[in-house]
Ligand binder design. Sequence first.
Ligand code: SF4
Length: 490
Amino acid sequence: METYLGRVKMSEERRRNRKSRKREAIPIHVLPVQERLDNFKEVVLGYQTIHEVIEESERCLQCGRAKCIEGCPINCNIPAMLKAVREGNYEQASEIVHSFFAFPRSLHRICPALCQQQCIAGKRGDPIQIEAIIRFLSDNFGKPASWYEKLPSTGRKIAIIGAGPAGLTAAYQLAKLGHEVTVFEKAPAPGGMLYLGIPEYRLPKSVLFEEIEDIRKLGVKFKFGKAYGVDFTHEDLFQMGFDAILLAHGAHLPKNLGILGEDLENCTHAIEFLRDVALGRIPNIKGKKIAVIGGGDVAIDAARVAKRLGANPIIMYRRTREQMPAIPSEIEDAEAEGIPMMFLVSPVEIIGDEEGKVSKIRLIRMELTDYDKSGRPYPVPIPGSEFEEEVDWVIPAISQEPEFRVFKLEGFKLTKKHTFEVDEDTNKTNIEGVFAAGDNTTGPYLAITAIAEAKKAVAAIHRHVMSKKQSNDTETESGEETEPELLVSA
Ligand code: SF4
């Protein structure tokens, strides 16, 4: 017998499954709070046994119109993966995961799971814990042989600037298409924001570097320590013989608060603070009271890192808790770790002592009025409500942007938001042979959206270099290609 629910034809098995389905998710393991605060051990441990993964997968409704796929920026076939788990085909499930992601172990430790936010099961109960299931599969079943398969060499050379989520994804996919790929990274190690911005307790460096090592095994070369736009330009790269360039160096320039006192000693922007800690340059903040300004993931990360370094951070945000853009579970973890939060306050001035170090912050209380473009009520200052708080350190965490001044000099067309102006379908910039993807085109956003952008650019780059190859193949090649000697090798 078959029944219908709306426009979706349901089999008897699916109908039974829907009726008997558990509404509560199988809980995910986390490190107890008392074991977290003096170390950087991983906090979210995910599922620990295949039985938990099977039980959670069995809650999936196998929707006719799977909202999880629509919610995922790269349209990962989540229902097929969950079905394979339910049927005991774990290798097949892992293969499905790896056909979509270059570094699933790292990504599914930090992704806010847009797929889960759309999950139909979440309408009447908990959504399927897709992130934890993918993480378990990729942690425990390894990369399938198909992940390493690549097409024969095309003889085309592609330079990628930036070894973050967009750059790594593009490097992996372009290498699989048979191209010779070199990734140029300013930092001393790959990963971009995954390495420099995401703290160890969310994404252990060992996991990240193992996955990048797998990408290197596909023949991708990495060159570290020189910055595009400072040490070399795209013209240098074309002269070296590269056929196309992908700019995927993210948005690492911190936005300023634009208030007095931001230049004082002990006022460090969150992105710089997190980068210093990632690179082992640990600031001495033990016992210090730190004002972290902002309500996004970077603010939460900075506060939780500061807490682990022995400081007393307090998050100050101009809207309310409900409007914080950070991942809700990260906010809950910060609260569980004892990090206080002040809402509806905005900094007006950072005040220094006679040595030029931060000693106080002047704040003003805010109230919410009409809705802004983001659909959230807009905060405005309450006249006469200023007050001061004694603090030893200030960490602004209000956003980042690309190094737009450099790119303007290089002749790129930029948007009003200081991001690259690119063709929507191909991610081509206004300079022939140069493409851009990731936070430098979207503005600072998620790793998964950077990955989706990179995939779009890969298709266009492949078409570009292959059409160039076809026209070159009909002509006599002349001139020798220059090796990229000016760059420091890994
Ligand atoms: Fe399963 Fe949720 Fe996707 Fe439906 S939307 S197929 S319940 S994971």
